[in-house]
Design a protein around this ligand. Sequence first.
Ligand code: MLT
Length: 239
Amino acid sequence: MKEKKFVEVCFTPQDYDYFKGRFEIVVVIDVLRATSAICSAFNNGVNSIIPVSTIEEALEYKQKGYLVGAERGGEIVPGFDFGNSPYSYMTPELKGKDVVLSTTNGTRAINIAKGAEKVVIGSLVNLQALIDWLLAQNKNVVCLCSGWKDNFNLEDTICGGAICEALLASGQYTSDDDSSVAAKYLYLSSMDNYMGFLKSSSHRRRLKRLNLNEDIKYCLTPNQMNVIPILHGNRIINS
Ligand code: MLT
């Protein structure tokens, strides 16, 4: 019988050392909103995205003439071209462009995952396409939740749980860790109504206070596109 591959969920970037090096594929997830914005950008024809962890790095790219999005605490960092709203990445001006992005948690998680054989961008908006792609790869997978400032969050865990559930249901995969079991059960409890289930999630409340309800609705609407953004060196490109 063919040996099964593993799929696990890492709740926060802080926990990543435990998983590091054991999985060929890392799926970085930041449902609200970095990885949803990245998927939207590629769906809109952006050429590449350079994810940077710090505002200082973002500023260096801006000074070189790049278009740069920067967000901290849910808000656009003054002096940059845009923030982290998926809608900012749907404009015709961005088509074919190379864009730099720095966000509170998502771009940091992407950089933490560098070094894995493949780093792929996951969110609810590209969920089914991502699941199909992962099944075709047939490699060990860890879903790295970006969380909030190294703390657990619900929406990324639910997305990781959805990936676990689908990969386990295929029969190709197994999982060992309680984090993955917990993520799967959170997904199963929320799958019929993400908006309702996530009403009390901390980042949903934060974005609501910033009047970003349309962003929340968009990011929590699954399977809107088939993009598979993958990190190549320091750039994300749609595969
Ligand atoms: C992040 O990277 O922390 C988030 O995407 C924050 C946000 O909603 O802009």
